[in-house]
Design a protein around this ligand. Structure first.
Ligand code: GLY
Ligand code: MN
Ligand code: MN
Length: 440
């Protein structure tokens, strides 16, 4: 299943409805240079993609709800040009933008500067995300400034410049049936890759060779590639949360932490972490910590249900981890006091999850002031507690020094979990995590 043109049209209708009389300017991403004049593979801006499904750089979408009789969805795109397309590939051009992508009207991108002010005329305000689109921002400011200059004479102007983010991101936070289907597909491919990786991992391999198995599977299955830089971290490397060097030899007796997920052609993402013994056998210390993280993770997943909050999911994981660490002698004191003081953070220093969707760390509020956003059916979040035992962070005063036998153990277990009407669906359950499934 793919997201159909009708679904993009429905999203636009909902967005236009929410804008009221405010016009929105939503730019596509530009190409990003990697080094010299070589470019990274193109990655569309997720807001623009959500509303258009148009996968070319440097376009700009206008949403014009103040023109009920006129065009409300206008695209500015790179026009068709054989001499450019022979170098960089096919373009839909203005005609394709209308016929294939449902624009009411399309113009060459080069005409944005001269046309923007006219299109914005009569809008109550302009919704544009300042600070993110350096090539488009001066044109929006210029059009806005022109309106403000004329306001005393015309008596009308888009006085306010507002952010489109809260409106748009509220829509993106709640996934439709079709989006959940795409996320199941991203989860399936990502989970299969983790299973393959565990089968090949053995002492003596380089982390990068395991990374190759994972990413090969993503591509073989038709994904665009990785959702983020794969983390393949043997032993103590797993205690570096964003380890991406992936260039060490896997050692007999160490654990291997793999945090990897694919990104589909339409940018829906998987995000899975699994940790297992490289030689197929947990040591006593590894098993104790693994079972603790697993029980915290399973309890946190179980806490995902309508009416609960991401904060509550995090608190569930933290409490179980702290209780277990006290039992193991890695923390001491009263549980509530340790949690309040954060005296566990040298061992667990990140949050338990994040929204997942078109962005890996997807958009949407977690709290509105003091109010934690309640989980609703269609929201998708990761649940990813971990423990990282090393000397990198100082042991807080009053907490026990860490014995050498625990050091160099880094564990995270991460699933992608959708909120359903009565509970949750673990999208990534096919990536095994029970200790018995990880040993051989
Ligand atoms: N892989 C990024 C994350 O887990 O948040
Ligand atoms: Mn994650
Ligand atoms: Mn992850």
């Amino acid at each position: 299943m793919t997201i159909s043109t009708e679904i993009y049209a429905e999203r636009r209708a909902r967005f236009l409805g929410r804008l009221g009389g405010v016009a929105a300017v939503i730019p596509a991403a530009p190409l990003a240079v990697h080094h010299a004049d070589c470019e990274w593979p193109f990655r569309q801006n997720s807001d623009f993609w959500y509303l258009t499904g148009f996968d070319e750089p440097d376009a700009v979408a206008l949403f014009l709800p103040h023109r009920p009789e006129g065009e409300q969805f206008v695209l500015f795109v790179q026009p068709k040009e054989p001499s450019a397309e022979v170098w960089t590939g096919f373009r839909w051009g203005c005609e394709g933008a209308v016929e294939r992508f449902g624009a009411d009207l399309a113009h060459p991108r080069a005409e944005l500067e001269e046309r923007l002010a006219d299109y914005l005329k009569g809008a109550e305000g302009i919704a544009f995300r300042v600070g993110k689109h350096p090539q488009v921002e001066p044109l929006v400011f210029q059009a806005w400034a022109g309106q403000l200059d004329r306001a005393p004479r015309s008596g009308a102007a888009a006085l306010a410049l507002v952010s489109p983010c809260s409106l748009l991101h509220e829509l993106r936070l709640r996934k439709s049936t079709e989006e959940l289907e795409r996320m199941r597909e991203a989860a399936r491919i990502s989970a299969e890759a983790h299973e393959l990786a565990r089968q090949v991992a053995r002492p003596g391999l380089n982390e990068r060779q395991v990374q190759a198995v994972i990413e090969q599977h993503f591509l073989e299955q038709g994904a665009r590639g990785t959702a983020y830089g794969s983390i393949v971290a043997g032993g103590d490397n797993a205690c570096v949360l964003h380890y991406t060097a992936n260039n060490a030899i896997l050692r007999d007796g160490d654990l291997l932490l793999i945090d990897a997920g694919c990104s589909l052609n339409d940018y829906y993402n998987g995000d899975i972490t699994r940790t297992f013994p490289i030689n197929g056998r947990f040591s006593a210390e590894q098993r104790a910590l693994y079972e603790l993280v697993l029980s915290a993770q399973e309890a946190a997943v179980a806490a995902v249900a309508p009416g609960q909050t991401a904060e509550g999911v995090h608190d569930t994981a933290v409490r179980m981890l702290v209780e277990g660490l006290v039992d193991l002698g890695l923390l001491c004191g009263e549980i509530d006091g340790i949690i309040e003081q954060g005296a566990y953070r040298h061992l667990y220093m990140h949050r338990t999850g994040h929204w997942l969707g078109l962005d890996v760390h997807d958009v949407g509020a977690y709290r509105l002031g003091e109010h934690h956003v309640e989980l609703e059916p269609g929201m998708v979040l990761t649940v990813e507690p971990g423990l990282y035992v090393s000397d990198r962070l100082p042991v807080p005063e009053g907490q026990p020094a860490i014995e050498a036998r625990w050091k160099g153990i880094g564990i995270r277990i991460e699933d992608d979990v959708a909120v359903t009407d009565h509970g949750h669906e673990n999208l990534t359950a096919a990536a095994l995590k029970a200790p018995a499934a990880l040993e051989r």
